[in-house]
Write a protein that binds this ligand. Structure first.
Ligand SMILES: Cc1ncc(COP(=O)(O)O)c(C=O)c1O
Length: 400
C-alpha cells in the first residue's frame, strides 16, 4: 500500500484521537525510518523518547528474539525467570529498594498515585479520603480519567468529567505557591523534572532543591515523573539528577521498553512501595517475560553510561546549533541534552506547518501548543545527522 492509500484507510477505520503527519512508516533502523514509498527520514521524535536507543537496537532485538523463543507471558500469578533480574537491575539503577512493573506510562502514574494515597493513610496517618496530591499547571502525566482530572489542558480534560478529586494545581517552578499548597493532608507532590508536552520547559535553578526540602520537612512524598525525561534523554540517567536531588518515587516508562514493548514501572524504597499487599494493585501484562527480558537489556545499556554521555555531548552541539537560529525564525529554545523545545516565530508559520515542511525535507518532529516543535532524536544519532536536521530547520525558516 502506498502513502495516500494507507493514509485514507487509516483515516477511515480509526478514531481520530491523533493528528499524525502524513508519513507511513514501514521500517526503522537506528535514527532512521523508511516510509512505504522508500523515502528515508531522520526520526527526531523517537516515539516521544520511547526510542532513546534508536529503532531496533541490536542488543534489545536479540534479547526480544531470544525471549520470544522461550516464554512470553505468564501473568503475575506465577513468577518467571526474567522477573527478579529486571526488578533488581532497575531498582539498583534508581537507587531504590523496590520496583513495581506495569505497561504504559499512565498506568505507572496511576500506580504512583495509589501508592502515595495508601502511604498517606497507613504511614503518614492522613484521615480517610482526605489525601491530597499537588501537581503542576501544564503537566502531562497521561490520559486516564484520574490523570486528566488534574490536567490544565482543555483538550485533554473537557467532556471527560466527572473528575477524580484530591489534586491541587500550582504553577510549575513556583516554590512559594507549592509551599502554600502543602497541608497536613498532602501525601505527595507529583512533578515532571522537565515538562515535555508543555514545550520542554526547564524549571528555574534551585526549584527542585526547594521541592525536596519542602517534601522532607512536610513528610510528603516527592514523585518524579521521568517517563519522558528519564533514561538518558537529558544527558543523565534521570533528569532530576541535574538538580542534585533524588525523589522518593520514580515513575518510568517509554524507553524502558526499548521501543519494542510497553514497559513502565515505579521505583521507591520499602517503606513506600511496601504498603501494597496482594490483590490491591496489578496488571495481567505488567512485568511479563518479554517485557522483562527487554527491560534487563535496557538497564544494561544504561549502566554503560554511553547513552547518557552521547546525550550530554551531542546535546551541547544541538543546543549550540539551535541557539544560532534565535532571531532567524526561532523565538526561543529550551531543553537539556538531546531534548529541545523550539518556539517558531508565529508570524512565520505554525509548529504544525514547520513539522510538515521538515517532513518534506526528511526530518520527523512533532509540534506542541501552537508554535513549539520538539526535537528528541534517538541517543544513537550522530553529530552529522544532528547538523543535517538543524540545517533543514534553518532552511524552512529562511525559505518557507
Ligand atoms: C511525562 C509523561 N508522563 C506520562 C506519560 C504517559 O505515558 P503513556 O502514553 O505511555 O501512557 C507521558 C507520555 O507522553 C509523559 O510524557
Amino acid at each position: 500500500m502506498r502513502t495516500p492509500e494507507a493514509l485514507d484507510e487509516a483515516e477511515r477505520y480509526t478514531a481520530h484521537n491523533y493528528h499524525p503527519l502524513p508519513v507511513v512508516i514501514s521500517e526503522g533502523d537506528g535514527a532512521w525510518v523508511t516510509d512505504v514509498d522508500g523515502r528515508r527520514y531522520l526520526d527526531f521524535l523517537a516515539g516521544y523518547s520511547a526510542l532513546n536507543f534508536g529503532h531496533r537496537h541490536p542488543a534489545l532485538i536479540a534479547a526480544a528474539h531470544a525471549q520470544l523463543d522461550r516464554v512470553t507471558l505468564t501473568s503475575r500469578a506465577f513468577v518467571h525467570d526474567q522477573f527478579a533480574d529486571f526488578c533488581r537491575g532497575l531498582a539498583a539503577l534508581c537507587g531504590k529498594d523496590l520496583v513495581l512493573p506495569m505497561n504504559t506510562g499512565a498506568e505507572a502514574v496511576e500506580t504512583a498515585i495509589k501508592v502515595a494515597r495508601k502511604w498517606g493513610y497507613r504511614v503518614k496517618g492522613v484521615a480517610d479520603e482526605q489525601a491530597e496530591i499537588i501537581v503542576a499547571a501544564d503537566n502531562f502525566h497521561g490520559r486516564t480519567t484520574t490523570i486528566v482530572s488534574f490536567s490544565t489542558d482543555p483538550d485533554a480534560r473537557a467532556d471527560f468529567g466527572p473528575y477524580t478529586p484530591g489534586f491541587k494545581i500550582v504553577p510549575y517552578g513556583d516554590l512559594e505557591a507549592l509551599a502554600a499548597a502543602i497541608t497536613p493532608n498532602t501525601v505527595a507532590v507529583l512533578l515532571e523534572p522537565i515538562q515535555g508536552e508543555a514545550g520542554v520547559l526547564v524549571p528555574p535553578t534551585g526549584f527542585f532543591a526547594g521541592v525536596r526540602e519542602l517534601c522532607t520537612a512536610g513528610n510528603v512524598l516527592f514523585i518524579a515523573d521521568e517517563i519522558q525525561s528519564g533514561l538518558g534523554r537529558t544527558g543523565k540517567t534521570f533528569a532530576i539528577e541535574h538538580e542534585g536531588v533524588a525523589p522518593d518515587m520514580y515513575v518510568l516508562g517509554k524507553a524502558l521498553g526499548g521501543g519494542i514493548v510497553p514497559v513502565s514501572a515505579v521505583a521507591a524504597d520499602r517503606e513506600v512501595l511496601g504498603v501494597l499487599k496482594p490483590g490491591e494493585h496489578g496488571s495481567t501484562f505488567g512485568g511479563n517475560p518479554l517485557a522483562c527480558a527487554v527491560g534487563i537489556e535496557v538497564v544494561k545499556l544504561l549502566e554503560t553510561g554511553e547513552f547518557q554521555r552521547r546525550s550530554a555531548e551531542l546535546g551541547e552541539r544541538l543546543h549550540a546549533a539551535l541557539a544560532r537560529l534565535i532571531g532567524r525564525g526561532v523565538v526561543a529554545v529550551r531543553g537539556r541534552g538531546l531534548w529541545a523545545g523550539v518556539d517558531i516565530d508565529p508570524a512565520l508559520m505554525t509548529g504544525r506547518t514547520a513539522c510538515e515542511r521538515l517532513a518534506e525535507r526528511g526530518v520527523l518532529v512533532k509540534d506542541t501548543h501552537g508554535s513549539t516543535i520538539r526535537l528528541a532524536p534517538p541517543l544513537v544519532v550522530t553529530g552529522d545527522e544532528l547538523d543535517h536536521a538543524v540545517a533543514q530547520l534553518s532552511a524552512i525558516l529562511v525559505s518557507p
